[in-house]
Design a protein around this ligand. Structure first.
Ligand SMILES: NC(=O)c1ccc[n+]([C@@H]2O[C@H](COP(=O)([O-])OP(=O)(O)OC[C@H]3O[C@@H](n4cnc5c(N)ncnc54)[C@H](OP(=O)(O)O)[C@@H]3O)[C@@H](O)[C@H]2O)c1
Length: 269
């Protein structure tokens, strides 16, 4: 899709990746509807853009029914004014690095909700307000393809998001709406606290700057590529894990002590 003058709804806009995606989309001539919970951060982001008056903010807690309804009504209103959203980017997400045994039911539910159920419900909602041609882009993770200790719930959610994206793209084949999936690897944002960053360093896991992810967002939208994994060797591991999961299990087993050391620190042990 050519992004010039397209209207893009970006969730998680004020986060590390969201901010860079917003800048990159603006540079391509897109008009943005920036969504997150914290209005000050959204205002600051909007003001930091080159043409703030071309963009809107929408304060909504997407983990609530009210937040989702607010997005829907806003998009339907825009649609009635002839300002349909052309692209929905489901980017809001969160995770907790923790043993499953230590997680509360509420925290598991919230993580599944924000990373999986919310993109599904926003995609469903979008069917009534998105342009045709239109694009839904779901931001997943390498952890959607590789089960990793300490991220059981997040892996489950992002894995579900990948399959959801694939199924919806096939379901909507010929409708004018594409559903794409982008899986970043570790990225330098506040999603990862200092212990996770230390662990990644120790394990030799590379971390991208959010600007790299933003470049991929632009590219996948322009090419309308169904799915993309960012980074070597992660994209190869994702494939190997599908065909030969034991190889990946053996590799992670060698890292087990390091991983447990850092999870235990999270739990204050
Ligand atoms: N960073 C990484 O290592 C990494 C790697 C792979 C994939 N990803 C994925 O990339 C996406 C962006 O991550 P990030 O690193 O940019 O995270 P981040 O810096 O923590 O930003 C998260 C964004 O989501 C918003 N958000 C959180 N809860 C929300 C809620 N209930 N309702 C509405 N908005 C909410 C936050 O704003 P408010 O708090 O103001 O609501 C913020 O704008 C996520 O889907 C993440 O899973 C990240």
């Amino acid at each position: 899709m050519e992004l010039q003058d397209k209207r893009v709804l970006l969730t998680g806009a004020s986060g590390g990746i969201g901010k860079e995606v917003a800048k990159a989309l603006e540079a391509k001539g897109a008009k943005l509807l920036l969504v997150a919970r914290n209005s000050n951060k959204l205002e600051a982001l909007k003001d930091s853009l080159e043409f703030p008056h071309q963009h809107e903010i929408l304060v909504a807690d997407l983990s609530t029914d009210g937040g989702l309804e607010k997005v829907k009504q806003t998009c339907l209103n825009l649609s009635q004014k002839g300002q349909r959203i052309d692209v929905l980017i489901n980017n809001a997400g969160s995770n907790q690095f923790s043993f499953l045994a230590q997680r509360t039911t509420a925290s598991i539910e919230l993580e599944i909700r924000l990373n999986l159920l919310v993109p599904m419900l926003l995609s469903q909602s979008a069917l009534s307000w998105i342009s045709r041609p239109g694009i839904i882009l779901n931001v997943g993770s390498t952890f959607g393809s590789i089960g990793f200790p300490g991220y059981t719930t997040y892996c489950a959610a992002k894995s579900g998001l990948q399959r959801f994206s694939e199924a919806l793209d096939r379901e909507l084949d010929g409708s004018g709406i594409r559903t794409l999936y982008l899986a970043p690897r570790a990225t330098d944002t506040s999603l990862n606290d200092h212990l996770v960053n230390q662990m990644n360093q120790k394990l030799g896991n590379k971390s991208d700057s959010p600007t790299i992810v933003a470049e991929h967002v632009i590219d996948i939208l322009e090419k309308e590529q169904a799915a993309r994994w960012i980074g070597w060797p992660e994209k190869i591991f994702a494939r190997i894990n599908q065909i030969l999961p034991t190889v990946v299990s053996n590799s992670i087993r060698k890292q087990q002590d390091t991983i447990h050391h850092f999870i235990n620190q999270v739990h204050g042990k």
